[in-house]
Design a protein around this ligand. Structure first.
Ligand SMILES: [Zn+2]
Length: 426
């Protein structure tokens, strides 16, 4: 039996319109698009969109070091079920991804799991300690293209300037977790009226915005590209919009929880709602939605951050920040933004693939000759979030019990079906 797979009767959507087609895949490549195609294996795509696979710029896979929360295998399975064919693995592992050995370990474990491309990010500083630059050249030589100390922002402006100068020479991209930590010591939630009412220590918007501003200005000075992680405030979006108008190589992402949930939820004192940066206000949500619609924010990223129950059941001040995100991102993008399908695909696939410098393999377009990294999803089917049914090793989703629209049917990785009819194949 050969390995020709045909996706039957799916919708290819584009700004210009849509058509219903069969897509044939062989040897890891899209080999034919048309009508009445046959193959060794047929996968029904009736009513579904055939899209380039999603690319997550911001996934915490927790391995090595925190395998009780997630492993590269369980996180990859959650990614594939969420329609992702590539995830950028954040480097706040233990040890951190600041050496070729650790980066190679993460990539190899990803290949072994075989459910999505696991693309390790490198650290900006050794041990993410903010003191000494990581060996960028060696890591770039090992294929690393995106560098971040995520979880920490790089506080020292001189070190960040040097990192950007170095990055520009090497053709890599730095990604910043924007948080001036002197302003957020002990913070558990957004600083605002809700926070004062609850009497909890606040994480002010300006702690993010100061670093967004600083890094935009360092970008202007050095000409090095900068990607701004998980933007969460009105002013951050305004600053990025102005930077883009000036033609600076600034890109940005927003997370589904930041455009769907508000700080009021912390009134439950349930740490499932604790995240960094924190859930903010309806005005911030509105600004993120406008930014996603007008192209100011390039990508939707999950910040998938698994934590086991014993840590998330602690009091707010002790529980770690973070939420699951890989299996709910598509539904929230479809259901909460009011955007058309081509725009959602741009935010989940095309743009993040370009930012991660994966656009030779991921992000489409769905055309003959392109690598077959694809997702087939039903944009109108519904499902209910049941934490115990998620593939992640952890259960910390803020959307438990919520019914959502948009279901992944099939995910194709390098020509191989890794999810069929919503079931992971390995
Ligand atoms: Zn972060």
């Amino acid at each position: 039996m050969g390995d020709r797979i045909v996706l039957k009767q799916g919708r290819l959507v584009a700004a210009a319109g849509e058509r219903v087609v069969d897509v044939a895949i062989e040897g890891g490549t899209i080999v034919d698009i048309g009508a009445g195609l046959t193959g060794d294996r047929m996968l029904d795509a009736t009513g579904c969109v055939i899209s380039p696979g999603f690319v997550d710029l911001h996934t915490h896979l927790r391995e090595p070091g925190r395998e009780e929360a997630e492993t590269i295998e369980t996180g990859s399975r959650a990614a594939a079920l969420g329609g992702f064919t590539a995830v950028v693995a954040m480097p706040n592992t233990e040890p951190a991804q600041d050496s070729v050995a650790v980066v190679e370990y993460v990539r190899t474990q990803g290949e072994r799991a075989g459910l999505c491309d696991v693309v390790p990010a490198g650290c900006i500083t050794i041990g993410r300690a903010g003191e000494q630059l990581a060996p960028f050249a060696e890591l770039a030589g090992a294929g690393v293209r995106i560098f971040t100390d995520d979880g920490n922002g790089v506080q020292d402006p001189l070190l960040m300037r040097r990192a950007m100068e170095y990055a520009k020479d090497l053709g890599i991209t730095l990604a910043q977790h924007c948080e001036v930590s002197a302003l957020t010591k002990g913070a558990v939630m957004h600083e605002g009226s809700c926070c004062s009412r609850l009497g909890l220590p606040g994480w002010p918007s300006i702690a993010e915005e100061l670093m967004v501003f600083r890094d935009i200005e360092l970008c202007r000075l050095t000409g090095a590209p900068i990607h701004l992680l998980h933007l969460s405030t009105v002013r951050s979006v305004d600053l990025v919009r102005a930077a883009k108008a000036d033609g600076l190589p600034v890109t940005a992402e927003a997370c589904p929880h930041h455009f769907t949930l508000t700080d009021e939820l912390l009134g439950t004192f349930d740490a499932v709602y604790k995240v960094n940066p924190p859930l903010r206000t309806p005005a911030d949500i509105a600004a993120l939605k406008v930014g996603l619609a007008d192209g100011t924010i390039d990508a939707i990223a999950t910040d998938h951050a698994p934590h086991p129950p014993e840590t998330k059941e602690q009091p707010l001040d002790q529980a770690p920040p973070g939420m699951l995100g890989l299996q709910t991102a598509l539904s929230l993008a479809l259901g909460e933004l009011g955007l058309d399908l081509p725009a959602v695909i741009r935010l989940l696939s095309t743009n993040p693939a370009r930012i991660a410098r994966l656009d030779d393999r991921h992000g489409g377009p769905v055309e003959v000759g392109r690598p077959a990294n694809l997702v087939v999803f039903d944009p109108s089917a519904t499902w209910t979030v049941v934490p115990a049914q998620l593939a992640s090793k952890s259960r910390n989703t803020p959307y438990a019990g919520r019914t959502m629209t948009g279901v992944v049917r099939h995910t194709i990785l390098r020509g191989a079906p890794v999810v069929v009819d919503g079931v992971a194949q390995r």
